[in-house]
Design a protein around this ligand. Sequence first.
Ligand code: TLP
Length: 375
Amino acid sequence: MKEYSMQLWKGRIFFMRIDDRHIDLRSDTVTQPTEAMREAMYRAEVGDDVYSEDPTINRLQELAAHITGKEAALFVPSGTMGNTIALLTHAGRGQAVIVGDQSHIYRYEAGGASTLGGSPMYVVPTHPDGMLDIDAVTHGIADESDEHIAATALVCIENSHNRCGGTVLGVEQIESITTLAHDRGVAVHMDGARVFNAATALKVPVSTLASSVDSMMFCLSKGLSAPVGSLLVGEAAFIRRARRMRKVLGGGMRQAGVLAAAGIVALEQMVDRLAEDHENCERLAYGLADIPHVQIQPDQVVTNILLFSLEHGEQQPFSNSEIDLFLSKAREHGVLLGRMGEKHIRAVTHAGIEAEHIERALTGIRKVLQEMRPA
Ligand code: TLP
């Protein structure tokens, strides 16, 4: 049996695994539900959600719709399912979806829209700030009169952008995509797995970022610390169709109010503290910039995700096996990091990671690189 210790942190109680010697910066998905979430889960009033009779899920969905400024919301088990439902609902069989080459939807969701929905993905370049190449999107939207080409149903954007290192899209950037797409009769879906981080960094309400998109998915189970769950938001008619698609995918969850209860706590209590994760990520970024062999642009770090690479000298990147060795040695020193793409290492800050952990992580990383004695 795993042992947990209750830790008081800035007025909130967290459960930490006692045997966990590691500072886990692999992802914000590793966050543990708070005491308030566990209490709410225990007491949750539940019903059969396939009949729309779970009062706690209904409350979470109403809250999500309200916060994002959309008509309706749908509780789903994961971000991947939320995005997949959105793509399948917007795009019929044979209708194309435009995605960024660095997007989570394209890279990490097992091609759901194509494998399940018969929707070809038209891939466009992503700029380092997470923005889609506008010219490529313009040219990518199919000319409906050309029978050779699959009609375009949807453009997908991501905010904050995971593979670009937690970068954010501002309102103007979002609107340049939505205006272009809407003028051509094409819908826009936002993968907002970490949209609360984006809104925190931009100091705008989430509803402002969501206002021009047709649908958005956001996760409760990342920086907001809920154990499970995401929400898909949009117009009421869209969400009604999305519900059917959720059923197709096996996502109708019956008495899942026990999960939604944690989600309500996540939205009510965990949003305001995201700024602390951003501060810690910035602290980590500037600390890393001082370590020899680490390549990072700390001024580009705006949310809770950072990417860095390792070089022996100028233009001499660590090889694949050297990166693997670095990661396993970092683990031995108690620091868990993840790989992102071929050359990047990713660190993600979250609830439970404090300034003191950042200092310890930096000390560990410095030691590892000294031990590796790069040429
Ligand atoms: N991202 C995970 C991994 O899959 C990479 C992580 O650790 O960051 N959209 C975005 C932008 C995401 O980052 C993720 C998860 C998802 C969607 C999918 O969410 P889940 O894991 O709930 O299916």
